[in-house]
Design a binder for this molecule. Sequence first.
Ligand code: AMP
Ligand code: GLY
Length: 427
Amino acid sequence: MRILIVGNGGREHALLWKLRADAPAAEFFATRPNPGMLPGCTPVDLAPTDVEGLAGWADANGISLTVVGPEIPLARGIADTFRRRGLPLFGPMAAAARIESSKAFAKELMKRLEVPTAAHACFRSFAEAEGFIRETPAPLVVKASGLAAGKGAIVCSSTEEALDAARAMLESGEFGEAGAEVVVEEFMEGEELSIFGITDGRHVTLLLPSQDHKPIGEGDTGPNTGGMGAYAPVPLASPGLVDEARDRIFLPVLDALERAATPFRGLLYAGLMVTPEGPKVVEFNCRFGDPETQVVLPLMESPLLELMVAVARGGRIDDTGTHWSTRTALNTVLASEGYPGDYEKGHEIQIPPELTERDDLLLFHAGTRTEGDRLVTSGGRVLSVVGLGRNLEEARARSLEGVEAIDFEGKTFRSDIGFRAFARDEA
Ligand code: AMP
Ligand code: GLY
């Protein structure tokens, strides 16, 4: 079997790692893989967004499964192109991927279906948004409707802040095309939870829930990033809560998309807020989350590959469930100083070799590249350091041991990943 992975960040490294474990004899390829992925795959020198180029390459090279990591190729119709050419690909077609690429679309869908989520309104002009923001008591969340790499949602504690955010999007064009339409929504109080569902459009297999940490600063302070760390399993995610998410969120949304002749086949990611009234949707994504994938897949004992192949071939999956390790995984992301704003690249990274030989620690690369025989930083999020343990405490200790042992100039991380679960333990 020949498998192509589209994308080259921490999530794609984790996908490669899991699929290689599922199918040791398969041959793997990846678009411009990072150095961590490289020993396990053959590089394909095409950009993840080069949809036509990738379809041509996959066809010519006998690829039997293509797995897409990032949202942009999906929003641009990579699944549509592959399907037209009869090439199996895991990921939704563009019409279904709108659930991520247009927050306005996702919010209207949820409103219509009465899926629990924050009350909202959509605007294309600042004048209209202004009236609404002045009438609605803060706190409010102002969001660019389009794709903004996880940075398009601004939580505003005052009316003035919300007006500034809406002005930046609708008048100053600071978020480009993504901010041409704006969603203003009610602020939801609670803890966040990420649930991934693998779906054939009708049936869904939910993976182990995880918890991301989006803000750059400890205690969840400062601007939002793509995600600074995650852990799984999450004590907050009781079986009852997961059932509720399946019945009130995943299944109604999948059913509506199927009825609209835009079935969602691939991975549907529900970003939830667990509120006193139950789980409510913060956002949907049309692909695996990063950095959550790096903790969810190492705990998955049953194969992922079979599910992906069935979905990619247009077949069905049965919801017989997946098997999970009893261990806990905790991922600390090492970022470049300045991220999510401007940061320097090219700093040499030192990784003690013994770190990569342990069974309680996994290192997934993201923004790294080689320069001669040196490994250097090349992105905002540089490495994921995943600790595995019998409980959260052990997983955190392993992850932080790895974090301490790795060195590069400007190394930035949160040492408090999992803080909410620890606080719950102490309460
Ligand atoms: P999004 O891009 O929609 O996922 O939002 C990014 C982050 O902003 C979320 O992960 C939350 O931490 C926060 N956020 C977004 N919407 C809300 C909301 N309605 N209430 C509270 N926090 C929110
Ligand atoms: N970790 C959040 C995301 O992948 O969108």
